[in-house]
Design a protein around this ligand. Structure first.
Ligand SMILES: NC(=O)C1=CN([C@@H]2O[C@H](COP(=O)(O)OP(=O)(O)OC[C@H]3O[C@@H](n4cnc5c(N)ncnc54)[C@H](OP(=O)(O)O)[C@@H]3O)[C@@H](O)[C@H]2O)C=CC1
Ligand SMILES: O=C(CO)[C@H](O)[C@H](O)COP(=O)(O)O
Length: 469
């Protein structure tokens, strides 16, 4: 079994098990490794032929089995585990071997690991993978960055296993250092935003339109046949239709309304703050998961305050309003995430090509959507586009849908239905498209209390006023 397998994979959990089977399905021999003997055995059983896909618990046997240069992908939980796995592999590796971190690692950890491993002659790069279990098995979107030489060695494997959009692989080398993990982080930030927005449309359809779960299923399914076609809308139509196996009702009505998070959305928001790039549709999606976690407090507060009785909107009308508002706010959320990527690219020297990123998100990943084909075109036509909202084709899309976003935000406020994702998207749009904002007053206040100075509209220079006689 020495030096025969083309590809190694550490971490045979949800993603790793599926990814390695995908590699084997594409004609590459693959060797897996996990601390858990059950997972090793399960992979061997599922693989069916150990010449094609095999697995071991011992790291030494795992390393010995791989052809040179070793190509080892890690799909283990982000954080300390990645460092532990790297250190456990190192004694068994040779110079020129390649380690790929396919998990959702924080981008600065990737930079640190790349430098640490470069000293030892090991190529290391981060390659975010998106698509969940099914994507990993059948074709994910893969976002590699870092060592170009390292990537070149695994490129044929990644191109074979990735999702295809019109025959084009949804993988591309994105840039140096942690570019791959950074892009995946922002992908997940956008994912948080789109999920929050979808949940708000679900809520208002139920509360103001009295849509049954069956009607919700049909509505989301119809949307998925149109311009809102996307993985998240598609799975929403399936989720609301699922019958519960433990009660008479539908499963969705029994799921506790507390959303968990592993950190990538929060990191996107935190880093956007560091860069000074506004991403309020993503920020609020993180905050909403935090508010959702306060279930007991929410119940207490619900008993204290009266809530307006929700007015009814006719189903047809509400269906149109929500479809348009969701389309509008999806665009605004992509616009914010892509704006963050453009800025991060300058700050960290990634040299990101936004059209290329949109292109590899068109299939395989969680935020895949018909819109991404239009976004790709917008950035291909104008690679230096600062914000999607300024692209001629998107101006038309926004103009055609913003009125519905306004109507729903107003309705939500009057009727006590929280629509924070939609309202943040609308507010971002209104602020970003205002040539004059009231922040002149903030400058005046800052100068008043702290002599922080201000600039003027009518002349150059830095000014300070003695505000009180
Ligand atoms: N699940 C998803 O939809 C997606 C996940 N990701 C990312 O991919 C990575 C993996 O996620 P996922 O597959 O869901 O996680 P899982 O927890 O399902 O799998 C991780 C696997 O790594 C194993 N492991 C832990 N420590 C070691 C070690 N020292 N040596 C060998 N194996 C080890 C775990 O074993 P044990 O359980 O015994 O500890 C487990 O089998 C994460 O970074 C995640 O954020 C990315 C995209 C989608
Ligand atoms: O990376 C992913 C998809 O692209 C994961 O599914 C994502 O990490 C889930 O995140 P969270 O648990 O924070 O909702």
């Amino acid at each position: 079994m020495e030096n025969v397998y083309d590809f190694g994979l550490v971490g045979l959990g949800v993603m790793g098990r599926n990814f390695i089977l995908n590699v084997a399905d594409n004609g590459f021999t693959a060797m897996g490794n996990d601390l858990d003997t059950e997972k090793v055995k399960a992979l061997i059983d599922e693989g069916g032929d150990t010449d094609r896909v095999n697995a071991v618990v011992a790291v030494s046997a795992f390393a010995k089995a791989l052809s040179s240069p070793r190509k080892i992908m890690l799909l283990v939980p982000a954080g300390k585990v990645v460092d532990i796995v790297i250190d456990s592999l190192l004694p068994h590796l040779d110079k020129g071997d390649i380690i790929i971190d396919g998990g959702n690692s924080f981008f600065t950890d990737t930079d640190r690991r790349e430098a640490y491993l470069a000293e030892k002659g090991i190529h290391f790069f981060g390659a975010g993978v998106s698509g969940g279990a099914k994507g990993a098995r059948k074709g994910p979107s893969i976002m590699p960055g870092g060592s170009k030489a390292g990537y070149a060695a695994v490129q044929p494997i990644f191109e074979a296993v990735s999702a295809k959009y019109n025959g084009e692989p949804c993988v591309a080398y994105l840039g140096p250092k942690s570019a791959g993990n950074y892009v995946k982080m922002v992908h997940n930030g956008i994912e948080y935003g789109l999920m929050q927005l979808t949940s708000e449309m679900y809520d208002i359809l139920k509360k103001a339109g009295k849509f049954s779960n069956e009607e919700l299923h049909t509505t989301f399914k119809t949307w998925n046949d149109g311009r809102l076609q996307s993985f998240l809308v598609e799975i929403t139509s399936k989720i609301v239709a699922r019958k519960d196996t433990l009660t008479e009702g539908d499963l969705i009505d029994q799921i506790l309304d507390k959303a968990k998070q592993k950190g990538t959305g929060k990191w996107t928001s935190q880093n956007a703050m560091d860069l000074g790039i506004p991403v309020p549709s993503i920020d609020i999606a993180v905050s909403m998961r935090e508010i959702s976690a306060l279930k007991e407090e929410r119940i207490q507060a619900d008993h204290v305050y009266d809530r307006p009785e929700v007015a009814t909107i006719a189903k047809d009308k509400l269906s149109t309003l929500t479809e348009e508002a969701l389309y509008f706010s999806f665009i605004v959320t992509y616009a914010q995430g892509l704006h963050q990527l453009s800025d991060a690219s300058k700050e960290y020297g990634y040299g990101l090509n936004i059209a290329e990123i949109a292109k590899i998100w068109r299939a395989g990943c969680i935020i895949r959507a018909r819109l991404l084909a239009d976004i790709t075109e917008a950035f291909q036509e104008n690679p230096s586009l600062t914000n999607l909202l300024l692209s001629p084709s998107f101006i038309e899309k926004i103009k055609g849908t913003v009125a519905s976003a306004r109507a729903l935000v107003a309705f939500g406020a009057t009727n006590g239905i929280p629509l924070p994702g939609l309202s943040n998207s609308l507010t971002y749009f209104d602020a970003y498209t205002s040539s004059r904002l009231p922040l002149n007053l903030i400058q005046g206040q800052r100068d008043f209390f702290g002599s922080h100075t201000y600039e003027r509209l009518d002349r150059e220079g830095i000014f300070h006023t003695e505000w009180e006689e």
